[in-house]
Design a protein around this ligand. Structure first.
Ligand SMILES: N[C@@H](CCC(=O)N[C@@H](CS)C(=O)NCC(=O)O)C(=O)O
Length: 213
């Protein structure tokens, strides 16, 4: 049985969301963050040596890292859904946005969160450069979803699932004003209208206000 180990308000919401989109059977185990450090509790850290969310278990397999988990579940249960094939004209876009999610957007948001907590001077070069990089990432997404319904193009794919956390729940940890990104707000309206997204968020983080604007 596939088990999704979900740490509250974390990147593991992606995996719950994927399972709900695919409508596959899975068990959901929820873990609360340590209330002081906001890190994963000891029983979560014991699941996998890297100690971060998401983690899935499937029989003897224990797998971490969002992208690897999404690829694993898609290979086993995707049946061609939520992904583009190499002969699709938007295939390269699909790959780009799938990897942009953790490689650039979430990496930048995480770096900015840490730099902000260090209370550096407002003119600190690293702080300014990181802010500018995150702004560029949001601007790039805004332009993409102005011209296309979803990140890969006209079809909703796992590129959207990979990206969603950084545009929404991550803003509990690193606020980002979406006023500069009107098309991202419209896009998040489309995301928030998906029944599978709503189900996933309600199952994973019951009662959490969804940061869709
Ligand atoms: N690149 C990793 C990042 C994992 C990660 O940093 N997860 C955070 C949650 S958003 C975490 O586990 N934080 C709690 C901790 O480090 O104890 C992935 O996508 O799986």
């Amino acid at each position: 049985m596939l088990t999704v180990h979900h740490l509250g308000r974390s990147q593991s919401e992606r995996i719950v969301w994927l399972c709900e989109e695919l409508e596959i059977p899975y068990e959901l185990r929820r873990y609360a963050r340590d209330p002081v450090t906001m890190l994963a509790p000891a029983d979560y850290k014991a699941l996998h040596p890297i100690g971060t969310a998401p983690v899935i278990t499937d029989g003897d397999l224990v797998l971490a890292e969002s992208g690897a988990i999404v690829d694993y579940i898609m290979a086993k249960h995707g049946k061609g859904r939520l992904a583009l094939r190499p002969d699709d004209p938007d295939f390269a876009q699909f790959l780009y946005w799938f990897h942009f999610a953790n490689g650039t957007l979430q990496a930048g948001m995480g770096r900015l969160m840490i730099l902000n907590r260090l209370k550096l001077a407002e003119d600190n070069a690293m702080l300014l450069a990181t802010r500018a990089r995150v702004d560029r990432a949001f601007d790039l997404i805004d332009a993409r979803v102005r011209d296309a319904e979803y990140l890969a193009g006209s079809a909703f794919t796992t590129a959207d699932i990979m990206t969603g956390f950084s545009l929404t729940t991550m803003r509990y940890f690193q606020p980002y004003d979406l006023k500069r990104c009107p098309n991202v707000v419209k896009y998040l309206g489309r995301i928030g209208a998906r029944a599978a997204y709503r189900r996933a968020m309600e199952k994973g983080d019951p009662g959490m206000a969804l940061l869709l604007s």
